[in-house]
Design a protein around this ligand. Structure first.
Ligand SMILES: *Cc1c(COP(=O)(O)O)cnc(C)c1O
Length: 361
């Protein structure tokens, strides 16, 4: 194989249990498996989580939900970021639960739905006043099952944005309760407010994605220590296509952006940016070769990446670790994101579909 990821289903189970441990029964878990479960494979991850007893899954769009239903997934599925008219009939056919983002859309909903409040993120959700939201919900043909919002800055303890969002959401919920409207599910939190135990934002359902895959982003400012311990479930390898010696002064790769400072040995890996290795790792990322951290040299190209193999006995046909660990050396998506100037989510979601996926315990 040129390049492959190994996904540990055991780790997924452990991470899910760790999330439940932090929740101590105060809230139920809706596991987020959008974007093919952050490239871990939505069907397999959903099956494992179902076997762990998960009752809710969340996807981004209707086709992701349909794919899970066609694979036999029976859990409730919330479609979080899609309410396009062409997809509405499929919601009913495939027993998917939509998130409705605007009061105008309520008239078109025929199935129980969750309503998204834009409490201050400025993305999806209604920004109407509580009384107006309540009126629209009472007039809608389908029953409201959940009330939800999403935070913009929950990891940033220097910002008041989360407190402000919680307050705005609470005002809507209070208006509902004052009129005897009690949505069965109230949910606000993704991984971060769970991991940092912002319990006032848990409602009775939480929506972790990142944590299930083994990540909790670092907090900014006076963040409490995270209460959640999870470990990455995915590792990523690439085969060595060729190893060779180059002389001092030789240029490596497109643009000649690397010049060998001395005679050295290089290895060419069978993976590039078309596989998801960020181009920004050119001349700055690292991989693990034979248990050692070695630098990526030159430009990452579409299908190939070159590394410094001087201090290794790497041979063609060997595998190196792009993400994962060998012995005590490890590279996770957070580290790659720092090198590439991006976020760990984008590193995981960037792993291309052509990278073979292998499941291990
Ligand atoms: C992606 C997403 C989540 C999960 O976020 P994580 O940080 O991965 O836990 C939760 N809720 C919504 C609305 C999302 O879009």
């Amino acid at each position: 194989m040129r390049s492959w990821v190994e996904v540990s289903l055991g780790r997924i189970r452990e991470n899910y249990r760790a999330v439940r441990g932090v929740l101590e029964g105060r809230a139920e878990v809706m596991a987020v498996v959008k974007a093919d479960a952050y490239r871990h494979g939505a069907i397999e991850i959903s099956r494992v989580l179902e076997s762990e007893g998960v009752r809710w899954l969340a996807v981004s769009n209707t086709s992701e939900g349909i794919a899970l239903r066609q694979a036999g997934i029976a859990a409730r599925i919330l479609v979080m970021a899609d309410f396009l008219s062409e997809d509405r009939a499929a919601l009913e056919t495939f027993s998917l639960t939509p998130v409705v983002h605007s009061l105008e859309d309520l008239a078109a909903v025929r199935v129980p739905y969750h309503l998204k409040i834009d409490s201050g993120m400025g993305r999806l959700g209604t920004r109407a006043e509580p009384a107006e939201i309540l009126r629209a919900v009472l007039a809608a043909p389908a029953p409201l099952e959940g009330l939800m919002t999403h935070f913009a800055s929950s990891a940033n303890y220097e910002s008041r944005q989360t407190e402000e969002q919680i307050a705005r959401f609470a005002a809507v919920l209070a208006a509902f309760r004052a009129r005897g409207v009690a949505p069965a599910y109230v949910h606000l939190s993704s991984t971060i407010p769970v991991a940092y135990r912002r319990t006032e934002a848990w409602g009775n359902l939480v929506r972790p994605g990142h944590a299930i895959y083994g990540y909790v982003s670092p907090g900014r400012g006076p963040a409490p220590p995270p209460a959640l311990e999870v470990r990455p479930a995915l590792s990523w390898k690439a085969a060595v296509l060729s190893v060779k010696d180059i002389e001092a002064g030789a240029l490596v790769g497109y643009g000649g952006i690397y010049r060998a400072p001395r005679a050295m040995r290089i290895a060419v890996l069978a993976a590039g940016y078309a596989d998801g290795i960020p181009h920004r790792l050119s001349n700055r990322g690292k991989v693990i070769a034979r248990g050692k951290l070695v630098p990526i040299i030159g430009a990452v190209s579409m299908d190939l990446t070159t590394i410094d193999a001087t201090d290794t006995d790497l041979r063609a046909g060997d595998a190196v670790t792009l993400l994962g660990s060998e012995g005590s050396v490890s590279i996770d998506a957070q580290q790659i994101a720092r090198w590439a100037g991006t976020i760990s989510y984008s590193v995981l979601c960037g792993i291309h579909a052509r990278v073979t996926r292998v499941y291990v315990d």
